[in-house]
Design a protein around this ligand. Structure first.
Ligand SMILES: NC(=O)C1=CN([C@@H]2O[C@H](COP(=O)(O)OP(=O)(O)OC[C@H]3O[C@@H](n4cnc5c(N)ncnc54)[C@H](OP(=O)(O)O)[C@@H]3O)[C@@H](O)[C@H]2O)C=CC1
Ligand SMILES: O=C(O)[C@@H]1CCC=N1
Length: 264
């Protein structure tokens, strides 16, 4: 596969990390662009990686174009690469928040494959939850996007109207879960663990909770019932958390994030 990432910032870099660290990724060429390429220099010597400021050249040498610039930068990049795009050859994948497929089509046309994708930064370690939706032409090439993102985590094809919600739950969501892990770590330190031990306990417990639900297919409350011994310490802690608004504050945070995304 010949892939270009236009805008190798936080997310683009994470995608590149994921691609380059997968042994079985079918990669022929990875073109990485940004305006100041200093932060990408460490990859300069890899035989199948090209670092450049030249978006047009990156498009000419690639089949799959991943757009990972900030929302306000997208229009300029699309206008710049439009003359290089080949309707039959290229698949354009945008990870840009809040920019709809029809906005992209209004610049590069609707005869080219356009896929909107929402991964998260765990893509760097092959554990992203990535949502995908496509324009009519892109539906023919959705397997290309699936094969990229399935090798870097899991994918779900969704209706485009849900893409903003997916951004909050999965892309912003990773920050929400990190903050919960940090809060649990702080609790563990208060109970006597040193910081490093505390973080390890929190991280593995979070991983265990998610793995248990994924593998068993059970509802969280079914698993919670197995932990809450009657009159025990777990229900005491859980109820206090709920009195303080744990679920409510999470839901309100998700809603606030969703309201903001519609203004981006
Ligand atoms: N960060 C995240 O976790 C997630 C981000 N997203 C979305 O992904 C996109 C990127 O986000 P993020 O990585 O955080 O942002 P960054 O600002 O870190 O990355 C954007 C990159 O684009 C580069 N860039 C800007 N203009 C151009 C240009 N004309 N040509 C080539 N490169 C350019 C910038 O580098 P330079 O200035 O050197 O050119 C920068 O490295 C955004 O739309 C964001 O909403 C989606 C999901 C998760
Ligand atoms: O915070 C943001 O706007 C972007 C989108 C999701 C993650 N980062």
């Amino acid at each position: 596969m010949k892939i270009a990432i236009l805008g190798t910032g936080n997310l683009g870099y994470s995608i590149a990390m994921g691609i380059l660290s997968q042994d079985n990724f079918n990669l022929k060429n990875l073109y990485l662009t940004k305006r100041n390429v200093d932060s990408l220099k460490k990859w300069d010597k890899l035989p199948n990686v090209k670092i450049s400021t030249d978006n047009k050249k990156a498009v000419r040498f690639s089949d799959v174009i991943i757009l990972a610039v900030q929302p306000k930068q997208l229009q300029g990049v699309l206008e710049e690469i439009k003359p290089q795009l080949n309707l039959k050859r290229h698949t354009v994948i945008s990870v840009v928040t809040g920019r709809k497929i029809n906005e992209i089509e209004s610049i590069i046309g609707n005869e080219i494959s356009i896929i909107r994708s929402m991964p998260n930064t765990a893509i760097s370690v092959g554990q992203s939850m990535t949502c995908l939706s496509a324009n009519e032409k892109g539906k023919e090439n959705i397997e290309i996007a699936k094969s990229i993102f399935n090798s870097l985590g899991k994918t779900m094809c969704i209706e485009e109207r849900l893409m903003q919600a997916a951004t909050v739950i999965c892309a912003s969501g990773i920050a929400f879960w990190m903050r919960l892990i940090r809060a649990s770590t702080q609790g563990a330190v208060q109970l006597g663990f040193d910081a490093e031990e505390a973080q390890e306990l929190s991280m593995q417990t979070a991983l265990g909770a998610a793995s248990l639900l994924l593998k068993s297919g059970n509802h969280p409350e079914e698993e919670i019932d197995k932990v809450t011994t009657p009159n025990g310490c777990t229900i005491e802690g859980l109820n206090e958390m709920e009195h303080q608004g744990l679920s409510s504050s999470l839901i309100k945070g998700v809603k606030a994030s969703f309201e903001k995304i519609n203004q981006i």
